[in-house]
Design a protein around this ligand. Structure first.
Ligand code: GDP
Ligand code: MN
Ligand code: MN
Ligand code: MN
Length: 246
């Protein structure tokens, strides 16, 4: 497999109401099977998943956590409001979002937005990915895969990487179960989270600061078969069961 990876330049500073699929199509061409990674930051800005800090009134819970972490209690309140379940509270909030993703500070972000605003993750990133894929198809007639990404920390290792929080036109997981290895051994548990691998590399092209590259195109990826159960259920997630730290 030989894959070409291209950061798409020419994307403006995204404002509420901007048509992301149209903007992407105006700045690059596609072929069937291309995969487009899009930073959740611009999806959220376009869709208005942004809150001015001035409009957030912190609850006592937010004040209590803020006294420990030193973060703005309004920011903490934004994180709490985004969360379906708080797993770790201190030294940083780690929580589950309603769509299943577990992230530090619920993925609430104060980078790459002007003024005193916070960017929330899109409410339904799978639907956002589907919509962008369908609109790109309407505009160009071409079938692409779409991955909405966010930069996330991870357990056990230093350094953030890109993760997929929504995807369309592919399965999240490439399932090797039942395949045989080089020596004929049947694989029983190997599943590969391909959407995260692609998101991680797209994050390398995007960078975190002032690159201005929120969209990355992958051409030449072979297709794969698998399933979409990327998130552990609560019963399956052994590490999470062992946590819940206050
Ligand atoms: P996140 O990982 O989704 O939180 O997004 P980041 O804040 O890390 O931004 C990813 C990339 O997109 C970086 O190269 C940013 O400079 C760029 N970026 C963020 N917002 C915009 C925007 O509105 N317009 C453009 N052109 N680039 C942006
Ligand atoms: Mn950011
Ligand atoms: Mn982010
Ligand atoms: Mn990022």
């Amino acid at each position: 497999m030989s894959v070409q990876v291209t950061g798409i330049s020419g994307i403006p500073l995204i404002q509420k109401g901007d048509d992301i699929p149209a903007i992407i199509c105006a700045n690059t061409g596609f072929e069937n099977g291309d995969i487009i990674c899009i930073a959740s930051t611009i999806v959220s800005k376009a869709k208005g998943y942004v809150r001015p800090l001035a409009e957030i009134v912190p609850t006592p819970d937010a004040e209590r956590i803020s006294a420990k972490t030193g973060e703005d209690p309004r920011f903490i309140q934004g994180v709490l409001d985004s969360s379906a379940d708080i797993i770790i509270e201190y030294p940083f909030i780690l929580s589950e979002l309603p769509f299943g993703h577990v992230g530090v500070r619920a993925g609430v972000d104060n980078s790459n937005i002007e003024g005193e605003n916070i960017i929330l993750l899109p409410k339904d990133p799978m639907a956002e990915a589907r919509e962008i894929r369908e609109k790109i198809h309407e505009i160009t007639g071409i079938d692409v895969g779409v991955i909405v990404t966010d930069t996330c920390g991870r357990a056990f290792r230093r350094g953030q990487t890109g993760s997929a929080i929504g995807w369309a036109g592919m399965t999240a997981i490439r399932d090797f179960r039942g395949d045989r290895d080089l020596f004929g051994l049947e694989l029983e548990i190997t599943e590969e989270a391909v959407v995260d691998e692609i998101a991680a590399f797209s994050n390398f092209i995007m960078g975190e600061s002032n690159n201005g590259i929120p969209v990355v195109k992958f051409s030449g990826c072979e297709t794969w078969k698998g399933h979409n159960s990327l998130y552990f259920t609560r019963e399956e997630d052994l590490i999470r069961k062992a946590l819940h730290i206050r």
